[in-house]
Design a protein around this ligand. Sequence first.
Ligand code: ADP
Ligand code: MG
Length: 625
Amino acid sequence: MADIIKLLPDHVANQIAAGEVVQRPASVVKELLENAIDAGATAIKLIIKDGGKSLIQVVDNGVGMSATDARLSFERHATSKIKSAEDLFNLNTKGFRGEALASIAAIARVDLQTKTADEEIGTAIQIEGSEIKSQEVVVTPQGTSLAVKHLFFNIPARRNFLKSDSVELRHITDEFHRVALAHPSIAFNYYNNGSELFNLPQSNFRQRIVNIFGKKANEKLVPVEEETQVVKVSGFICKSEFAKKSRGEQYFFVNNRFIKSHYLHYAVLAAFEGLIKPGMHPGYFLNLEVDPSSIDINIHPTKTEIKFDDEQTLYAILRSTIKHSLGQFNVAPTLDFEHDSNLQTPYGYKDKNAVLPKVTVDSTFNPFAEETKVASRSSPKSSTSSFSSYKKPSTQSWESLYVETPSREDRSSDFGNLSFESEVSTKSIFDGSDDDLDTAAITFQLKRKYIVTTIKSGMVVIDQGRAHQRVLYEKFLKTVTLNEGLSQQLLFPIQLSFSLSEIDILNEIKDNLTTMGFVFGEISESVVEINGIPPMVAEAEVGSIFDELMADCQQNVGADGFSQADVLSKALCKSLAVKTGDVLDKLSQAALVNDLFACTESMVSPFNRPIYVTITENDIDKKFI
Ligand code: ADP
Ligand code: MG
């Protein structure tokens, strides 16, 4: 048989390599910023157009390149950073693979201008799809400017795969944050479509965090400092009362490089154990300095994962260092545990202590009177508590939920009129006919999680959280579509602070939120004023709702108005719906069941999970055989 193996032409090999290095505009940004840092720049400019699809440009004042180096830099495996394999174990630079520029040049049009300190004139090179189009001498300041235009111009499939400009921009901003945080001593400017997003002067780490995340960040930060033989830890953690629903502000830097490490993340979580609720995330900005030979950063092409020689020791050091900081800076005592013995136990155990309501057919018996008291006792006593966003069962929101149902006119606000014979309960579960419905139907709550009720053929067990999500979801979607959201004016406007990128998101989703009943006042660089909220939202919860909304929207919001309404409705229903553990009184249970079966789709939650199961008399009979 004839020989069939051929070497791939360089430009094809480069395109394939590009697939690994460049997933989206943000990956280009990362590579270019890192090259600028490796070149010893003290000031770096990042210029973006159209989410990086039209232009990504990085201008630095670093060492620059000679004409020969400029040309060579686009060759694969061309690097000035390592000379032998041994160097790999003692890396102090970001790059070392010599792949980035070759890969980027294979899938974009690249304009390079560069000059070293000791040369009079610089070099300009244009390259497109790995092909050098021109090389000239040029007058340019010391340093390097690299402009990447029309990313993926020759790979339409990849280009089509890119998300909307705003989503891509968000990824770029995330990348920018990581690099800028890792290098506070370098000044950064970041422009998008001609306007300046960030202007970060040279500063210390704390100032850099504040410059990026806004002034409100300052009061949150608790310093962390520890030096051992294995590692030097420095940086900040955020006080536990500022824990967020989103995982946004969590940064590990190892030797000035942003890394992801689940293992170390858990070390931080372990230090916060008992101080924050499950589902909430502490913020942290932690620098670890280790001997470069004790880590292997070579395991991932985009170099955000890292392997430590002695992970267990790092874990232990990190955990105790953070615990120490939390204690030393008196963070824990600000939580007011005193008057609630329930909260003495870690959150994970809270549910286990719940007193189960007795199930009984005696309709006058109300097993929840006791428990409602318990629940409201665990609500915050002071606004400094980190539990201020803890959701207490809110009967007020339940009333409004009920009042808002389509048939509210016939029912008036008299809850005594509630019954299962309402015209809305005609779904298949009731065997298609109202008569089938057991009119004496009683509901009870099982394990603070399910609502159980009877139907002619047996019983239904409804997941209370999912059912409420479905009800709220349809309601929100309807108000957006029909533009009929009701709003409740606030006596005192609520002011919420956000980071710049969150403000960006907010501006995008504002219109839809307005149709849902939120009324916005002034939106400044970092503060948003809210003058009105939908009736089913409790004022105290607005902060945490927006937190969660931001987290959900970070990746999901597209330009398309319809899908945006869907994302928002989902996000809102998730944060507003009752949860497992919430006690519902009889009226709320009945209203929920009614509203659920008035929904267009009552079988599955907005997140595609089953809402209820039916157990027929037959099923039960079988158990007794
Ligand atoms: P690596 O960074 O892994 O070495 P790259 O493909 O990113 O590989 O860059 C190739 C080489 O080009 C670098 O090793 C460096 O010598 C040179 N280079 C790239 N960007 C710059 C820059 N902004 N300033 C000076 N030299 C640069
Ligand atoms: Mg590089």
